[in-house]
Design a protein around this ligand. Structure first.
Ligand SMILES: Cc1cc2nc3c(=O)[nH]c(=O)nc-3n(C[C@H](O)[C@H](O)[C@H](O)COP(=O)(O)OP(=O)(O)OC[C@H]3O[C@@H](n4cnc5c(N)ncnc54)[C@H](O)[C@@H]3O)c2cc1C
Length: 398
């Protein structure tokens, strides 16, 4: 297996880097780098730029609006995306719902949803988890009952990211009690403005609002919004979460930290950081860099298409490593910044730089928020304990 980039790949990398340098709005990149959560209105212009360029949905099949890039080109794009401090747009719609609709959706659903997801006119959230069904997703209780040409849906979802500014939820519902728990689930697209849908915010430990509870009380949804066949939701959910896990290696984001942490150490050395402390931070960074390099090679091996039963285990391993290395990287930043760190978060475009304490690094705001969010990344998309179980169960059968 050859893991070096070809001359064409290097040329592609230059083109992608140039695009981000010229097209990514500077203010957006700054706020992303500072670690703020950005919402739909913050991201609308950036999504339109990516859409116009034809680069908004690299993981979709080309006939549905994807780029047709090779796996290595997709990887290069993700790497440059991270290094440029580019923010993700509508991750659920573009990385999960789109691929599911391309694969399982009726032509009518594809016609209605795919183009608006790309342009940003329709945002999706993901309604899988419930108060008693997270890791054990198959035990979910939200019920969809067929009535004429509609489904009537009742139940509760929780931890629903971005529900407060989404147009639709991809909702996993129980449609059949007579079969095994996994076999009785269906995926239905629920309009968030339908009567009976109530969104309640959950304030997380960082003081921010990104996740919600969603209550569904006799919500009537056209049966045409069912994705694929009735009771086939479990397969679609596995496909969707598989996409999420591969993405969660987060190499672009980790490389971003590998670039900025040395700069941060250099800056802080000029502002009172002792040489001994700097040396210790350099040592921790070197250890992390070795792990990130190894992770990057693992990603490239998966992209090179080394098939086999280990592939499922590899996706889980990438997720575990990516999320845990992000926790380490952001913790290292917090240690370097020391007393400059504040728990404050303020994503509004008008306020941040001016409201910093005197002498504080421009990195300081948002750092705590982001560090806590990386802790959350060890839970969402399937917790790391569950991923370790998958790895063990796959490898012991070899
Ligand atoms: C920030 C954030 C955003 C999220 N966004 C979404 C979203 O948009 N849509 C959505 O549907 N969900 C979302 N989730 C929910 C997420 O998918 C679940 O939190 C996750 O699957 C874990 O489920 P749980 O919270 O019910 O924990 P539980 O399943 O109750 O697990 C509790 C603890 O027990 C451990 N555990 C459970 N079972 C096992 C086992 N068999 N072996 C070993 N350890 C085990 C878990 O690892 C965890 O540490 C989000 C979560 C977070 C934190």
């Amino acid at each position: 297996m050859d893991l070096a980039f070809s001359a064409e790949d290097e040329a592609f990398r230059t083109e992608v880097g140039e695009f981000f340098r010229t097209e990514l709005p500077a203010d957006l990149a700054r706020r992303e780098a500072q670690g703020f959560h950005l919402n739909r209105s913050d991201l609308a212009e950036w999504q339109r730029i990516l859409y116009r360029k034809g680069w908004v949905a690299p993981n979709w099949p080309k006939e549905f609006g994807g780029t047709g890039w090779s796996p290595i080109q997709k990887y290069i794009y993700e790497l440059e995306f991270g290094l440029a401090n580019a923010p993700e747009v509508n991750l659920i719609g573009l990385s999960m719902v789109g691929p599911v609709l391309c694969r399982f959706g009726s032509p009518e659903l594809q016609q209605r949803f795919l183009q608006p997801i790309m342009s940003g006119d329709i945002w999706f959230c993901q309604g899988f988890s419930e108060p008693q069904a997270g890791s054990d997703l198959a035990s979910l209780r939200t019920r969809a009952v067929k009535r004429g040409n509609d489904y009537v849906i009742s139940g509760q979802k929780i931890w629903t990211t971005s529900a407060h500014f989404s147009d639709y939820m991809i909702c996993l519902c129980r449609t059949n009690d007579a079969v095994s728990p996994q076999a009785g689930l269906s995926m239905i697209l629920v309009p968030m403005d339908a009567p009976g849908v109530t969104v309640k915010p959950i304030e997380t430990i960082d003081g921010d609002h990104t996740v919600n509870e969603v209550f569904l009380d006799d919500v009537v949804v056209p049966a045409a919004n069912l994705v694929g066949d009735p009771d086939s939701g479990w397969n679609q959910a596995k496909f969707l979460l598989g996409n999420e896990r591969t993405h969660n290696a987060m190499i672009g984001m980790l490389r971003r930290y590998m670039v900025r942490i040395p700069r941060l150490i250099a800056t802080e050395l000029q502002h009172g950081l002792s040489a001994a402390a700097a040396a210790e931070f350099e040592r921790q960074l070197a250890c992390l860099r070795i792990d990130v390099d190894a992770l990057e090679w693992s990603v490239l091996r998966v992209l090179a298409g080394e098939e086999g039963p280990e592939l499922a285990a590899a996706a889980s391993a990438l997720k575990v490593c990516g999320s845990e290395y992000l926790v380490r990287a952001s913790e290292l930043e917090l240690d370097i910044l020391g007393p400059q760190i504040t728990p404050r978060h303020d994503p509004s475009p008008t306020s941040p730089a001016t409201s910093l304490p005197a002498g504080a690094s421009s990195f300081a705001p948002g750092r705590t928020t982001q560090h806590l969010y990386w802790h959350a990344s060890t839970i969402f998309g399937g917790s790391n304990e569950i991923q370790r179980g998958i790895i063990w169960n796959t490898l012991r059968r070899r």
